[in-house]
Design a protein around this ligand. Structure first.
Ligand SMILES: Nc1ncnc2c1ncn2[C@@H]1O[C@H](COP(=O)(O)OP(=O)(O)OP(=O)(O)O)[C@@H](O)[C@H]1O
Ligand SMILES: [Mg+2]
Length: 189
């Protein structure tokens, strides 16, 4: 199996970390793999193990998450390194509402010759109050609505995770896709 970077996208409370745990468990069980999950949220956990959001640190923590993921993805393993024969799996567990937010991860993975799988978590505008109840990070409903308004659908150039939600034709070939909320919209790339 090829080294793979899974990039999760989803509003708060829509199940990203749940899926990250499932992917991590599935990959650990089925291939001889090193799986690492990178989430900016985790960098807000203080020394007592408590999540403490500080908006002034958001940019810095996003940069640090990218740095750690890139370091893992582009690590140059020597022939005698025991991990050289293992498949490496990186899971990016961030909201990734707009494309620019996850493009650097795509670039790092592609430059290292990894597969990239972008997985949008389906969401629905009417369920936002429910997501606000589910999120572990206290994101208010209003903030989730603002993120929903900024949401960008997946450009067709990316490989997408097979799901039963929808089927698209891309470059003359049938592909599977899970548009998060509007399967009729046209793609921008
Ligand atoms: N499809 C679902 N239906 C019902 N509950 C779900 C679903 N997906 C996740 N949950 C539950 O919702 C809660 C939040 O899920 P999770 O932590 O995976 O979301 P998230 O997208 O990582 O949110 P955030 O990081 O913003 O808190 C968890 O208690 C999880 O068990
Ligand atoms: Mg989460």
């Amino acid at each position: 199996m090829k080294n793979t970077c899974y990039i999760l996208r989803g509003l708060p409370g829509t199940g990203k970390s749940t899926l990250a745990r499932l992917l991590s468990a599935a990959n650990s069980a089925t291939v001889w793999a090193i799986v690492r999950t990178f989430s900016t949220d985790d960098l807000f956990i203080n020394e007592e193990g408590v999540y403490e959001f500080d908006p002034s640190m958001l940019r810095q923590h996003h940069q640090e998450n990218l740095r750690q993921a890139t370091e893992f993805i582009s690590r140059d393993l020597r022939e005698d390194h025991e991990e050289i024969h293992m498949t490496r799996i990186a899971i990016i567990d961030n909201t990734n509402v707009q494309h620019w937010e996850y493009e650097p991860y795509v670039t790092a993975a592609e430059e290292a010759g990894w597969d990239v799988q972008i997985i949008p978590l389906a969401w629905n505008y009417y369920d936002i109050p429910e997501y606000a109840k589910r999120t572990k990070h206290g994101v208010p409903e209003e903030a989730i609505r603002r993120m929903a308004d900024r949401w960008e659908d997946l450009p067709k150039k990316y490989v997408v995770f097979p799901t039963i939600h929808d089927k698209l034709r891309v470059d003359g070939q049938t592909q599977w896709s899970a548009p998060p909320y509007d399967s009729t919209q046209t793609f921008d790339k």
